[in-house]
Each structure stands twice: as structure tokens, then as C-alpha cells.
Design a protein around this ligand. Structure first.
Ligand SMILES: *Cc1c(COP(=O)(O)O)cnc(C)c1O
Length: 293
């Protein structure tokens, strides 16, 4: 399948840069850290979301679909990224948002609407049943034929895009750290990892479902690997929670490094890395790559 071609100007900073992060806490543990700056790929289409969308766009075009439909919470970056992808690649887009409509729209949904996305709202109960045939039929009646991108972009095409990440890393390293929502990124990174390297996914949601979900996504892709683990110690209370200790970490990290981490994913992963480093989790001399964005 060929790569999707934008119909409008689109500048994606790919491959995203790799930067050394000099952090005293990691250095004290004998660790070197490189940041894979996927957050710099595009403001509406950060690398994590772009990787998961890319092959889905190609599949939608190959199937002659003119509309993309996706799901997410009201603060889902996947919704916004799909709106941006539709805008740039010439698809209509529909966002099925969990919960009630709140007017005015939050900045993320307002931007998605500005990019041309139709937003529709479903209650939590119906949202939970979003993959059932009856619900999907209803959506087809309402919005016409469309290509469905699951919540978080977590499908086989999403895994495929994320599997391309390790190949972009040209420096020597031992461990790739990612933050995990659906686990799609971790599933793909595990598949793309060269021999002898490992990946850790830091769960940003509470619960123990990720190991099973990552395995299921790898199976859907057609290859399972044993080179990854999930860490569930640092969800900081759950998905949309921002407890003071997380915000303090974020502020301190910004003061140290001039990088503002997002509170949903990146700050939890980074706080987890710093904590694990302090506990001696990695041998001195280990090089970590942490993926932002
Ligand atoms: C969306 C997002 C994730 C979620 O990744 P999954 O593939 O759903 O596990 C992780 N990190 C960042 C920065 C994201 O924007």
C-alpha cells in the first residue's frame, strides 16, 4: 500500500529528532537518556497519533472510503489527530465522543470542529458497546459509509505504524520507554525492536488489562514478542487525574529541562522512569530512550 498523500500543505517533522537529556537524577543512577521527540512532529498530529493513523489513512483510501470515524473521550488527542488527518488528506471526519456535549467546546474539540469534524455524543453505556454490530450499523445509517478507526488508533494498522519507531533510532540504546493508553504503541514498538533491546510501557490508566491488550494487538498484527513489559505503578490515580505530586513533577521537569510534559501520558512515564532509576531498577551504563508525543 502506498503512503497517503496530503491534499493540503502539511509539514511533519519526521523522523522526529533524538535528543540527549542530561538529568542529574538519571546520571546519579549511571543512566543515559535519549528523548525521541515525537511531540515535535506536528501540533495537531503528534508522532504517536500520526504513527497510528498513517497506515489507517492508506487503508481507508485503498477501500475508497471518503469518511473516517473514530471514538474517544472529550479530551482525546486521537479525536483531534483524526480531524487533522482528515483535513490534510481529504477525508470527512466524524468523532464519536463519550459523554454529554458541553458548550462551549473544550479547546481540543473546538479545534477538531474547526478542522471540519462532525462531533456526535454518546452516553457511557452506549460508548462501552461501540464495537457491537448494531451500534456500528446505526452509525453507518447516520453518517454513511465510513472507515472506522478504533479508540486510540489501536488496530493492526496502528501497530504497524508504531513498529516503525525503533528503526528511526540511530544511536545505541538498551531500553525504550513509552507511555501507554490502549497499549498499541507498546505492541508496535515491541514488534519493531531489534534483538537484545526491551520496551517498557508505563500505564496511564489504572488496572491490569494492558498486558492482555498488548498481546491481543500483537496477535491481531500477526506476531507476538516477549521483549516488552508493562509497568502499572504510576497511573497517579487514573487517566484524567492530575494529583499535586504529578503537577509538581511536571513543573520541576520544565524548570530543569525547558520541556513541558503532558500530564496524561508523558509526565507519568517520566516520573516513573525517575523513580525506577532511583531504586536501581536499571544497571549503571544502561541507555534509555523515552518517547515523548
Ligand atoms: C495517545 C498517546 C499515548 C497512548 O498510546 P497507546 O498507543 O494508546 O498506548 C501515549 N503517549 C502519548 C504521548 C499519547 O499522545
Amino acid at each position: 500500500m502506498t503512503s497517503p498523500q496530503p491534499i493540503r500543505d502539511l509539514i511533519l517533522a519526521v523522523p522526529s529528532p533524538l535528543e540527549e537529556l542530561a538529568d542529574d537524577r538519571l546520571r546519579a543512577a549511571g543512566l543515559r537518556m535519549l528523548l525521541k521527540r515525537d511531540d515535535l512532529v506536528h501540533p495537531d498530529l503528534p508522532g504517536n497519533k500520526w504513527r497510528k493513523l498513517k497506515h489507517n489513512l492508506a487503508a481507508a483510501a485503498a477501500g475508497n472510503f471518503h469518511t473516517l470515524l473514530t471514538f474517544g473521550g472529550a479530551f482525546s488527542k486521537q479525536i483531534l489527530a483524526t480531524a487533522a488527518a482528515g483535513h490534510h488528506f481529504g477525508f470527512n471526519t466524524v468523532g464519536v465522543v463519550r459523554g454529554e456535549e458541553h458548550v462551549p467546546l473544550n479547546p481540543l474539540l473546538a479545534r477538531a470542529a474547526e478542522l471540519g469534524m462532525s462531533l456526535t455524543y454518546v452516553d457511557r453505556d452506549r460508548y462501552r458497546r461501540r464495537t457491537e454490530p448494531a451500534f456500528l450499523r446505526r452509525l453507518r445509517r447516520e453518517f454513511g459509509p465510513h472507515y472506522v478507526i478504533p479508540a486510540g488508533g489501536a488496530n493492526r494498522e496502528g501497530v504497524r505504524g508504531c513498529a516503525e519507531l525503533p528503526g528511526e533510532i540511530t544511536s545505541a540504546y538498551d531500553v525504550i520507554c513509552v507511555s501507554s493508553g490502549t497499549g498499541c504503541t507498546l505492541a508496535g514498538v515491541g514488534i519493531g525492536l531489534p534483538a537484545g533491546r526491551t520496551a517498557i510501557g508505563f500505564a496511564s490508566l489504572r488496572g491490569d488489562f494492558l498486558t492482555g491488550d498488548v498481546t491481543a494487538l500483537q496477535r491481531e498484527y500477526g506476531r507476538t514478542t516477549q521483549n516488552w513489559t508493562v509497568n502499572t505503578e504510576f497511573p497517579f490515580g487514573g487517566f484524567a487525574r492530575r494529583p499535586p505530586e504529578l503537577l509538581d513533577f511536571l513543573t520541576d521537569f520544565r524548570d530543569r529541562h525547558g520541556i513541558t510534559l503532558d500530564a496524561v501520558y508523558e509526565a507519568k512515564m517520566m516520573a516513573g522512569i525517575v523513580e525506577l532509576a532511583g531504586r536501581g531498577h536499571w544497571q549503571p551504563g544502561t541507555t534509555l530512550v523515552a518517547v515523548l508525543g
